[in-house]
Design a protein around this ligand. Structure first.
Ligand SMILES: [Zn+2]
Length: 302
């Protein structure tokens, strides 16, 4: 378990198309001091800052959108998943548009950027949310829950009537390596039938065969899948991104059945509304031991 807060070593930038707005967006990831959290900064809106926290959530049906003072940033979940997956606690994300670039529809390009920038430990302890009692959110035939565990684990089941998906389930214990190898490359997916409807509503304007797995009636229309169960892995990716809105890393076992962004963010809300069911956990003594026994690490800290 990574016990010290982390940020990037240096700035790094990229550009790409927003999945829903269809416009080109430039994005720069920048290091941030301890206890900053992840904060979006809209350079095209006088630098308005939008912290990635549940209280700023404004919409979660298709993509996760955050809003402060009427200024929004959309489709944040894959970038947040990359930060959550690598354990990056503090980050400024500067964008010149309303949406995070879609890149290839996965978190892999963001992982690549963060690795290129390099990560560094900071002289501040991470504060975890350690689940003590189960918390569960049910809607119709879907649910999402979290149970006590001494690490961060997700078990996810999806069930679609489409023959190319069917029922898929996966369990992952999350750490930077398992996330990078097994979850980050899984791309978002959509059904060809639904794409037209989304476009009529002014959404998915930037959607293309380059940034999503497109599923026709009988076949995958582009590329081949990166994993045989890429769909459920992408749902795990989305859940990790949405859970970053807790504002602290989670120690618990998340179990999701046919969930999605709305259910994930409902779980975040339920956790924050039930402080008796968890405790903040800071392992400061261990931090000092690590710093004392590792001169390189101590030198690299800010
Ligand atoms: Zn997604």
């Amino acid at each position: 378990m990574n016990l010290q807060q982390k940020t990037l070593r240096r700035d790094i930038q990229c550009a790409g198309i927003g999945l829903h707005c269809g416009a080109r967006v430039e994005m720069r990831l920048r290091p941030a001091p301890p206890d900053t959290g992840i904060v979006f900064r809209r350079l095209d809106q006088n630098g308005v800052e939008i912290p990635a926290r549940q209280e700023n959530l404004s919409r979660s049906n298709l993509a996760t959108t955050l809003t402060v003072d009427g200024v929004s940033i959309s489709t944040v979940e894959h970038l947040l998943a990359a930060a959550g997956g690598l354990g990056v606690d503090n980050l400024i994300v500067e964008v010149d548009g309303p949406e995070v670039p879609a890149m290839d529809g996965s978190a892999a390009p963001f992982i690549y950027l963060m690795h290129e920038a390099g990560l560094k430990h900071q002289q501040a302890a991470r504060q975890f949310i350690k689940i003590l009692e189960p918390i569960r959110v049910d809607t119709d035939d879907k649910f999402v829950a979290v149970y006590p565990a001494d690490h961060f684990k997700i078990s996810y089941t999806i069930s679609f009537e489409h023959p190319l998906i069917g029922e898929q389930r996966q369990t992952f214990v999350l750490n930077a390596r398992s996330f990078t190898e097994h979850i980050a490359p899984a791309r978002t997916f959509g059904f060809l039938k639904e794409v037209e409807a989304l476009r009529q509503n002014g959404l998915a304007l930037g959607g293309s065969m380059d940034n999503a797995v497109v599923i026709g009636d009988n076949s995958i229309l582009n590329n081949k899948l990166r994993f045989q169960d890429e769909f459920v892995r992408h749902k795990i990716l989305d859940a990790i991104g949405d859970l970053v809105l807790l504002g602290a890393p989670l120690l618990g076992h998340v179990v999701a059945y046919r969930a999605g962004h709305t259910m994930h963010t409902s779980l975040v809300e339920a956790i924050l509304a039930a402080p008796e069911a968890w405790c903040p956990l800071v392992e400061e003594e261990v931090i000092y031991d690590v710093a004392a026994s590792s001169p390189e690490l101590a030198a690299a800290s800010v």
